[in-house]
Design a protein around this ligand. Structure first.
Ligand code: FES
Length: 216
């Protein structure tokens, strides 16, 4: 009986597990063992847990981030374009009506201080004040005021106008237009460049109509 126990103990000592920290020796190849197929998924260990595969290399992570950024950017652009579809397409233009001070602010003759802002000149005579719209009646250029020559001169094709905007030389077919003017309750000159008075060639003039000038 003691001999049998000693034999079992010696057999158990032969198959004892490896000490921690040492690599387990691979089992000896068996003639009857078949070659196992390549592992396509992590094999469960003895306790049933899945063995984690090695993490992705940094190159794969970076590539994935770039793809996601492109997808998100594309979808965001589409969404913004979708929202833009519902917004009104409005062109913001300066108001056509504005105030330019009182008649007492102007001396006799031509005043060019509103040319850049509103494209107008203010002309004051002994009995009226009116506003000339600074657009050549030939092809629409903006003439220059030549104070030394007391005339407007168009730089495009040479048309000339006197101080009241009446054409007298060059290809311009008619005088320059005048803008609607009126005095508001505060005595300020209100100009509306959307309402113009003209003098078509061969026709009667609108320059004497109410609104084409302010009586002084
Ligand atoms: S546009 Fe003024 S002369 Fe032609």
């Amino acid at each position: 009986m003691d001999g049998a126990n000693n034999q079992e103990l010696s057999q158990e000592s032969k198959v004892a597990p490896p000490v921690a920290g040492e690599a387990a020796a691979p089992p000896p190849p068996s003639a009857s063992a078949k070659p196992s197929p390549p592992a396509t998924r992590p094999a469960p260990n003895a306790a049933g847990a899945v063995v984690e595969s090695a993490s992705d290399p940094p190159v794969n992570k970076m590539r994935r981030r770039i793809v996601w950024a492109a997808v998100v950017g594309f979808l965001t652009t589409c969404f913004l374009m979708f929202l833009r579809f519902f917004l009104p397409r409005t062109i913001f233009e300066p108001a056509s009506t504005f105030r330019i001070g009182s008649p007492g602010d102007y001396a006799l003759g031509v005043d060019t201080k509103w040319q850049q802002q509103y494209r107008i000149w203010v002309t004051k005579t002994s009995d009226r004040l009116f506003v000339i719209y600074a657009r050549c009646t030939h092809l629409g250029c903006t003439p220059d005021w030549k104070a030394s020559e007391n005339k407007f001169k168009c730089p495009c094709h040479g048309s000339g106008y006197d101080s009241e905007g009446i054409n007298f030389e060059g290809p311009a077919p008619r005088p320059m237009d005048r803008a609607h003017v009126e005095l508001d309750p505060e005595g300020q000159i209100r100009v509306d460049i959307a309402r113009l008075y003209d003098w078509p060639k061969g026709e009667s003039s609108d320059f004497d109509q109410p609104g084409a000038y302010i009586s002084l």
